[in-house]
Design a protein around this ligand. Structure first.
Ligand SMILES: [Fe+2]
Length: 302
């Protein structure tokens, strides 16, 4: 496979660095790989790459950048050229600017978020490469195997969707069209329903980022663990109509929305996209069982 492989990392701002490190280590159950220059680097246990989540201390929460990993280093030049021909200004991030990372190209999506493409990153592995057990012995907290997707917001949903599909070869699994306006899209490069989704809302904002779980049982147990730790809860455990995914939404100590997500279907590049309209999106699309979401779910972005 050539091109963009998967969502590789999200860098998010947190307002309480120490409390956030404790939360992502012990509640979410990620592995703290390093702390350097005001940043903390985490990976999920089944990821081979050095990190998939970077925390940086700031006075408000939100997304600093989202990074997608491409198959080969030389593809950065190809994508840089293609983006510039498409009319997007592209910058370079040099190797070592952040810990364990090679160079990246960086650009801003029409919805305002900073996106990077990269290939090189240190690869410590998951520790399960020779006659392995199915999972490590030292897991704690929710312990998702890997980062799954994120949902970003902005006014120009069509612009970001077109860029991701036309230049970076993303495929669409689902779209929401309300009063004939493109309101949300779900896009993938892997064989899951979405690696990134875009929804109409405030520019340059993050709605949530999600970690994968393997089953409904794991989603339910994550809910138990969140309750036990008195974590601010948003929605779930329940099922989405959109993507059919199983989900819980909750907040990190700074108010960034997190999700754990399981299931959905496995679309290929030739998948015929699903369309939701005002007729069923609010009652069966967002959350399939109980219909409309709480107001916070549709209004809080970071
Ligand atoms: Fe999600």
């Amino acid at each position: 496979m050539m091109g963009v492989m998967r969502l590789g990392r999200v860098e998010v701002r947190v307002t309480d660095f120490k409390q956030s490190i404790d939360y992502y280590s012990n509640v979410m159950g990620l592995q703290l790989m390093a702390q350097e220059n005001g940043r903390a680097y985490f990976k999920a246990w089944d990821e081979d790459d050095h990190h998939s989540l970077i925390l940086v201390e700031a006075d408000h929460p939100g997304l600093v950048h989202v990074g997608f990993k491409v198959r080969r280093e030389e593809e950065l030049d190809r994508f840089e050229k293609a983006l510039e021909e498409y009319g997007v200004r592209v910058g370079r991030v040099s190797k070592g600017e952040r810990l364990a990372e090679g160079q990246a190209i960086r650009f801003t999506l029409p919805t305002g978020q900073v996106m990077e493409l990269y290939h090189e990153i240190e690869r410590p592995g998951n520790g399960l490469k020779l006659n392995p057990d199915p999972y490590p012995a030292n897991l704690k907290g929710i312990a998702p195997p890997h980062l799954d997707h994120l949902l970003i917001s902005g006014d120009d949903v069509k612009g970001t969707t077109d860029l991701l599909m036309n230049v970076l070869d993303f495929h669409m699994s689902e779209q929401v069209i309300l009063q004939e306006e493109l309101t949300a899209t779900f896009l993938f490069r892997t064989n899951t329903t979405h690696d990134i989704a875009v929804i109409k809302g405030p520019d340059a904002k993050l709605h949530h980022f999600a970690f994968a779980l393997n089953s409904w049982d794991d989603v339910l147990r994550a809910g138990d663990w969140l309750a036990r730790n008195n974590i601010a809860h948003d929605e779930g455990p329940t099922r989405h109509g959109v993507t059919r995914g199983l989900t819980i939404y909750f907040f990190d100590p700074s108010g960034n929305r997190n999700e754990v997500f399981s299931g959905g279907y496995a679309p290929g590049p030739d998948f015929i996209p699903v369309t939701w309209t005002e007729e069923r999106f609010f009652t069966r699309g967002i959350f399939y069982h109980r219909g409309e979401s709480n107001e916070r779910f549709s209004t809080v972005f970071t």
